[in-house]
Design a protein around this ligand. Sequence first.
Ligand SMILES: C[S@@+](CC[C@H](N)C(=O)[O-])C[C@H]1O[C@@H](n2cnc3c(N)ncnc32)[C@H](O)[C@@H]1O
Length: 301
Amino acid sequence: MEFYDLLQRRCPPKKIQAYLPRTPSLTCDELSKQLDALPPYYARGVVRVLVEMFENGLLEDPDETLAEVLYHRVVTLPPTQDPTPQQDIITYAITDRIRPRIAETPRLIAHGTTGHRTWEASLYLCVYLLRNSPPRRIVELGAGTGLVSTALAMAGHDVVSTDGSASVVRQLQQTFELNEVTPNATAHVLRWGVDQLPPLSPCADLVVAADVTYDTAVIPSLCSCLQQTHAACLVACTVRNQSTLSAFEQHCRRKCMAITLVASTDTEPNCIEHLMFGPLVCPVRIYRVSPNQGQYIKDDV
Ligand SMILES: C[S@@+](CC[C@H](N)C(=O)[O-])C[C@H]1O[C@@H](n2cnc3c(N)ncnc32)[C@H](O)[C@@H]1O
């Protein structure tokens, strides 16, 4: 990844050097523009690393202005950390062409919903789906920040994106507008087992969901929602706890839904490293769930 791509993906400042393919050549205008676009919490760390690289001769300085630009940044960036979690726009370079810009609040872990940051299962599901050219009409459940929905819409699919949290859905709609994927992608509130499926979802060819099996309490309502769609489903599960995953598998089988493992980071551990800048803490597995075992399922995925 090039230097500015690393910044747009919010590569941790201390890891920037390790991911650089070559010595970056930074001009004053472009560097200032890029630093201005960074949120202060991140810009501070980037400037510190740039100063270190500059002092060690690891930056090309074609205009001979870097010393001035960096000095100005060091003295003007506020020194203290702002304790309020801030929203940020992160660019995920899934492929050269598919680069969703996703609004997230990375330091907000829960706050009523876990949908304010993008989770590893979404990254893996995205890579898997774009590698396997899925069918055209897709519904996403528990979409969170909307990485999967946005990437699929950018790849030309029609996406009905849903989440149980109204604030997450409001943000989803804004993310679709930011990425100019409306009206191919639409956002709807859908609480599993409570709300009706949104319009258009009954004719979906495929249902996708990432990191939605983390709580045994919601597994029955999630499965009943999967069953309602009558479409094949791909569910990406982060294996934080084997017993929660087993509860999901058992519940699917009890409800006569066929469940098969189709992909796992166990067999390709580095496949999303370029998107997350570190090793996976827990493996991610993608399951194909067929809601009507023994009956016709739309499209084989
Ligand atoms: C761990 S986040 C995963 C978000 C996104 N798929 C990702 O991987 O980044 C789980 C998402 O499921 C949503 N969710 C949790 N329980 C739900 C329910 N009962 N009905 C609908 N959505 C729910 C949350 O609001 C949250 O956005």
